[in-house]
Design a protein. Structure first.
Length: 269
């Protein structure tokens, strides 16, 4: 099979110039997104270039502690990014986000490494960076969206329905009974994007991992198998992360004595 066509810097420059289309649309419609588009393009270029250099070094070093450190950094960044997208925050939200991100993503990664791909059984180290880092990155990226949407919806639902929640509590409802509708809506919102993606994958879009394998002239049937695995890993990670962070938020906003603490919810400026 032929190898993938290598890209020169000139070809990458042509691809990068296409961002001008988005800029022109912003100017014509007066969206005011020109600076943000330019910043996003610059960050994409710099961040991907740097991570390419870092990954090359990590792959060559092949040391477990270096892989773990990078995984921790990725998890912390993802947890922080999820909170930055929320409209309302409460004390402890950053910790809740990081804990949920770490617990869900690392658990699903462990299942993938040891039970599905079975990396150790192939004679490779359990921390093999060619597997752990890309898989964790894909799980984190999608779990981030679920956690962010879930946290944002939980805060908005409880703030908007404060009177209803407090009325239920005054009538003798438990904190779970009073918050259940908000929790359900928050989890549903967090899981909606991955469900929508799964509904149309292969029909409307070819995901990144599968596309990359096809560009490398991998067997399409094998590329499909890997993509199916990735989609299910992402769905599981998103579900666990969203449920986890919503429940942690719920416990911080309600006392064990079944009192609602709306004062802890602060709308971000």
């Amino acid at each position: 099979m032929e190898q993938a066509v290598p890209l020169s810097f000139g070809q990458l420059a042509v691809a990068a110039s296409l961002i001008v289309i988005s800029g022109v649309i912003s100017l014509l419609l007066r969206l005011g997104l020109e600076r943000r588009l330019a910043l996003a393009a610059a960050r994409t270029l710099v961040q991907l270039w740097l991570i390419g250099l870092v990954l090359k070094w990590i792959f060559e070093a092949d040391q477990w502690y270096i892989v773990i450190v990078l995984m921790l950094v990725m998890t912390l960044i993802a947890g922080g990014a999820a909170v930055r997208r929320t409209g309302r925050r409460y004390p402890g939200i950053w910790l809740d986000s990081v804990i949920s991100m770490w617990a869900s993503s690392w658990l699903i990664l462990a299942v993938a490494i040891f039970a599905i791909v079975q990396v150790p059984q192939r004679g490779l180290s359990w921390y093999q960076p060619q597997y752990t880092i890309p898989l964790l990155g894909m799980i984190l990226g999608n779990t981030l969206n679920g956690i962010s949407l879930g946290l944002d919806r939980l805060g908005e639902e409880l703030a908007a329905k404060r009177d209803q929640v407090e009325t239920l509590l005054a009538l003798g409802a438990t904190r779970w009974e009073a918050a259940r509708a908000a929790i359900q809506q928050a989890v549903r919102t967090g899981m909606t994007p991955i469900i929508n993606s799964m509904m149309v994958v292969g029909l409307v879009s070819l995901p990144g991992m599968m596309t990359g394998q096809l560009l490398e002239n991998a067997d399409p049937s094998e590329a499909v198998k890997y993509q199916i695995m990735i989609m299910f890993l992402i769905a599981a990670g998103t579900s666990l992360g969203t449920v986890g962070v919503v429940l942690l938020g719920y416990r911080r906003l309600f006392t064990p004595d079944h009192q609602f603490l709306p004062g802890r919810l602060v709308k971000r400026r």
